[in-house]
Design a protein. Structure first.
Length: 195
């Protein structure tokens, strides 16, 4: 990457793990607890890329003697990580569908072998830890940039868009919940390798 180094391009690759899993250093390969979303990561996302949106809402106060606000409060904060997944393997479909189980059925004389995922998800919502990582940081190509979000759930509508001549796309929208000690987590810009 050439100067200016602070200008980054390219999509994030999303990794999820059970909530409470320790985050991996940005320069290290994620541990086996972490699952890359998409068999080949960002190669399995639609060309809309990955959107990381911090969306606060505000409330202002305008006194009776003024036409302009004089005070402001932040009243809500929402963090969402959204992308279109084009990996339609049973394992990836299950992962984003509430971390559902995959059942493998062997072929029989009357029915072909298959892997299947239940569509009814029930009341309980699976919580994940999430890392969104990209190659490159403001310090150079050799380093990574990473979001670390301790609690997320998939709030995306489980809708598959199928069109002739285009890949099927599953809408994924991981929405953060506030962790009692880590809040929404961190944005890390790696500047050196670990020692």
């Amino acid at each position: 990457m050439s100067a200016p180094l602070e200008v980054l391009a390219g999509p994030f690759t999303i990794w999820v793990a059970p909530s409470g899993t320790a985050f991996t250093d940005p320069s290290a390969t994620p541990s086996v607890s972490w699952t890359k979303v998409g068999t080949t990561g960002d190669q399995n996302y639609s060309d809309n890329g990955v959107t990381v949106a911090l969306s606060p809402t505000y409330k202002t106060f305008t006194p009776a003697g003024s036409t302009a606000p004089t005070k402001v409060w932040r009243v809500t904060e929402v963090l969402e990580i959204e992308f279109g997944l084009v990996d339609m393997t049973a394992a990836m479909f299950a992962k984003v569908m509430n971390d559902a189980s995959v059942t493998t059925q062997a072929a029989t004389a009357s029915f072909g072998g298959n892997s299947n995922v239940p569509l009814l998800q029930g009341v309980d919502v699976t919580l994940f830890a999430l890392m969104a990582r990209k190659t490159g940081s403001a310090a150079g190509d050799a380093f990574n940039t990473q979001f670390q979000v301790p609690l997320v759930y998939n709030a995306g509508q489980p809708k598959i868009v199928s069109k002739l001549g285009e890949p099927d796309v599953l809408d994924v929208k991981f929405t953060a919940l506030k962790d009692p000690s880590l809040g929404y987590g961190k944005y890390l810009v790696q500047s050196s390798a670990h020692s």
